[in-house]
Design a protein around this ligand. Structure first.
Ligand SMILES: [Zn+2]
Length: 68
């Protein structure tokens, strides 16, 4: 059995040291439990939110703001 190696969301590099991996978020899957998003400890603060989710949220807020 091999240990799971996480991949950094920020730099797309593997994170071989488990102590250096930081769980930054969780993405839900359309079917199934979804998956965890990891980053290097040094990159955890640099990971931006999912752009698709941000775009959808921005549209919702725009419609709400412009509705009479
Ligand atoms: Zn990284």
């Amino acid at each position: 059995m091999t240990a799971e190696v996480h991949v950094c969301r920020y730099c797309d590099s593997p994170i071989p040291d488990p102590d250096d991996a930081v769980l930054v978020s969780h993405e839900g899957g359309n079917s199934g439990p979804g998956w965890n998003i990891w980053a290097h400890r040094a990159h955890a603060d640099l990971v931006e939110p999912d752009p698709a989710a941000v775009r959808i949220l921005a549209r919702v807020l725009l419609v709400r703001a412009t509705r009479p």
